[in-house]
Write a protein that binds this ligand. Sequence first.
Ligand code: SF4
Length: 278
Amino acid sequence: MMNNKEKHVLGISGGKDSAALAVFMRDNYPELDIEYFFTDTGKELPEVYEYLSRLEGYLGKPVLRINPNRDFDFWLMHHNNYLPSPRARWCTIKMKLKPFEDWVKPFLADGYSVYSYVAIRSDEEFREGYQSNDENLRIKLPFAENGIDKQAVINILEHSGLGMPEYYKWRSRSGCTFCFFQRKIEWVHLMKEHPEAFEEAKAYEKKATEHGSPFTWSERESLDELSRPERVAQIKSDYEKRLERAKSKRIANPLRTHEEIDLDELYGKSKVCLACHK
Ligand code: SF4
């Protein structure tokens, strides 16, 4: 017997790729009743909420906020006040993946096939972690299947009128204000753009190190050290040098007018969290 119980879901991270995917799906598959959702850690940039509202306007429907039942402070305490890190990513598990699983579980239990649309682009490798253990939770990669690369994503957002999220002017990815995947130059930018969020991150770090946390937010130095004027100057100067080098190497391509040199190009690809950084 055919199973007509289908649910289509698309996670918005606050980043450009998932926003562009939402636009792409609305414009190309209007027959699908897609439910858009955002798992809110409560530690997001204000620009993310502003962008979500604009996206809702374009989509003509709300983006469901899925809030974890416990906040960051609870989970931090639960982990002995040890900060999350690339080696201990409890934040993603507890505050992004688990709330999503809890949300779809009742549908799966009720016999639904859940199609989850994920914004892996055609110029990215498909990474593990997006395969589901439940055969009725099916992962779809429309960008990879349709040859949509980074420039095409930017084009989709520009043509829709949404443009890029504001924070891309100073930061390369979405995610929590204090995400440990940030480069040092992004911490410097956070300090300038959102000094109160930087101070909050510093306070979490101080408490964590007092409790013996082996991790600081940024590798091998505390935010206190990173924010000293001489260190800030060093980080900025290193960034400028990398930028100059990258610009001089770049072969001009008139078709890719809007492509900017991003931090991956300057510092090499770093690990990202697909639940947060898409
Ligand atoms: S954005 Fe970073 S800090 Fe936030 S949940 Fe994702 S990995 Fe953790």
